[in-house]
Design a binder for this molecule. Structure first.
Ligand code: NAD
Length: 492
């Protein structure tokens, strides 16, 4: 291994080589080329970061909020200047198209922008004369050292659902990127360094389970934001909470869309295809099941099959490509195996994306868009998060049947309805048990000033990422009751 290829940790304002016993290769999933080596940092390096962040916290929390956000304004400008470079890195290590990578970084920057409103967002409350001469006030103070643990599918954006708010509120921070896609965060931390944060305020430790466990156990770390699969989210939530920390843990998904007979079929198909096959289906808001109601069945099945078959698949740096590879070869094999399970359970692979030949990218981890028709609603494929470009079609007779099916599911990340009926839309919004709802929208990703509201097994915790929820999560309230001497309060 060339030392120059190995990634570094950023602790206490310094780039440090890890003493890890093990390194993993970072792979370009389109070509299978090795892009770098990532250390699986030992717990001791997380502990160093936590200690540095705890020391830095004592000063950082005293920097006035209007001054803290100046760092974020600088960061926003530096991110804009390096926008294309970061987007290319995302595509290279994660596989998504360059347009999707740009969209990811746009949302990341939007979170920085919103967090610049902290002087207003973290304001407290004041009640004068709760009794004669007695006032009561509530102030928000930072909680201390906070950490994010990120998944592979958004190498740039996920940390930004949390970190800008945490920093703006006066906390110090540690990021543990996904070990599958650590290059983007390495670049972003060079930019955080340029933005001039004082040493120890922002830290990054690469690694996997050992690093995560160290975050969950370190007493100085007071709040943890996790995004990843449901089993790990549950684990992180329970172990972190048992250690007395605040934890918000976003998990997996199996997102349904309903297509009503009165939907605009051309628009619905285009949007549903982008939802199911965009980011190669590796998006926690990807449509995974389409429930067609009554007469929507035939036109939607035909149109979505055509859209799937004609999607341009290849290397995401090529601007004309509409879908890239999945993250790695094991993931490709897993997705192909799940498609076979669906067929074994009686579905018809009306578009079968297995073993595609992508000219020039024969070593890549590609699965082409796949449509499974007549999926058994109770079968394993209808319940399993595939996390690949596979859309399962289930046919029902009424919207009530569709909503009942959705509400019986394990996850609650997103549900979408395609219709031209206001009554159907209102009913759907009112009755569906999911936290992010789309009406004629296929990826209902909340803007940075709304919470990312997963429900059920898609989220463990109370306060979500982004916007006001993040400010609540990254601050603790302090209530003060003050009695003033009679002379000062003019009571006689
Ligand atoms: P993952 O759960 O495998 O990994 C997420 C993080 O947890 C990584 O940093 C990893 O190092 C760490 N980790 C993995 N196994 C661990 C273990 N046993 N103990 C401790 N830490 C561990 O998830 P992934 O494959 O990187 O990402 C895909 C998943 O993330 C999908 O399920 C997807 O739905 C979900 N996701 C959810 C959201 C959301 O907002 N709900 C957003 C993006 C991704």
């Amino acid at each position: 291994m060339e030392e120059s290829d190995s990634l570094l940790n950023y602790i206490n304002g310094e780039w440090r080589r890890s003493a890890a016993a093990e390194y993993l290769e970072v792979i370009n999933p389109a070509t299978n080329d090795v892009l770098g080596q990532v250390p699986l940092s030992p717990a001791s390096e997380v502990n160093e970061a936590a200690q540095a962040a705890a020391i830095a916290f004592e000063e950082w929390r005293r920097v006035p909020a209007p001054d803290r956000i100046q760092y974020l304004f600088r960061l926003k400008n530096i991110l804009e200047e390096n926008f294309e470079d970061i987007a290319r890195t995302i595509t290279m290590e994660c596989g998504k198209t360059i347009g999707e990578s740009r969209g990811e970084m746009r949302r990341a920057i939007e979170n920085v922008e919103v967090a610049c409103g902290i002087p207003i967002m973290m304001q407290g409350d004041f009640s004068e004369d709760i009794a004669s001469g007695i006032d009561e006030l509530m102030i928000r103070q930072p909680v201390g050292v906070c950490a994010a643990i990120a998944p592979f599918n958004f190498p740039g954006m996920i940390a930004f659902w949390f970190m800008p708010y945490a920093l703006a509120c006066g906390n110090t921070y540690i990021v543990k990127p996904s070990e599958k896609v650590p290059l983007t965060m390495q670049k972003i931390f060079k930019l955080l360094e340029q933005a001039g944060f004082p040493k120890g305020v922002v830290n990054m430790v690469n690694g996997a389970k050992e690093a995560v466990d160290a975050i969950l156990d370190h007493p100085a770390i007071r709040a943890i934001s996790f995004v990843g699969s449901t089993p790990v989210a549950k684990y992180v939530y329970s172990r972190g909470s048992a250690n007395g920390k605040r934890v918000q843990a976003q998990g997996g998904a199996k997102n349904p869309i309903i297509v009503m007979p009165d939907a605009d079929m051309e628009m619905t198909t285009r949007i549903a295809a982008d939802s199911a096959f965009g980011c190669a289906g590796q998006r926690c808001l990807a449509a995974s099941i389409a429930l067609t109601v009554a007469d929507a069945r035939q036109p939607f099945t035909e149109a979505i099959s055509e859209a799937a078959a004609s999607r341009v698949v290849g290397y995401g740096l090529d601007e004309s490509v509409q879908m890239g590879p999945v993250i790695n070869l094991p993931s490709m094999k897993r997705v192909e195996g799940l498609i076979q399970n669906g067929v074994d359970e009686g579905a018809a692979a009306v578009v079968d994306g297995r073993s595609p030949a992508i000219p020039g990218y024969e070593n890549g981890s590609f699965v082409r868009p796949t449509v499974l028709d007549g999926v058994d609603p109770d079968g394993s494929i209808a319940q399993t998060e595939i996390f690949g470009p596979v859309l399962s079609l289930i046919h029902v007779n009424t919207i009530d049947e569709a909503i009942k099916y959705i509400n019986g599911g394990q996850y609650g990340n997103m549900a979408c309805l395609f219709t031209s009926s206001g009554a159907a839309a209102r009913k759907f919004r009112y009755e569906v048990n999911a936290g992010n709802i789309g009406i004629n929208v296929g990826v209902a990703a909340p803007m940075a000033f709304f919470p990312f509201s997963g429900w059920k097994e898609s989220f463990f915790g109370t306060l979500h990422g982004q916007g006001d929820h993040a400010v609540e999560f990254f601050t603790q309230t302090k209530v003060v009751v003050e009695r003033w001497p009679k002379l000062w309060s003019r009571q006689f």
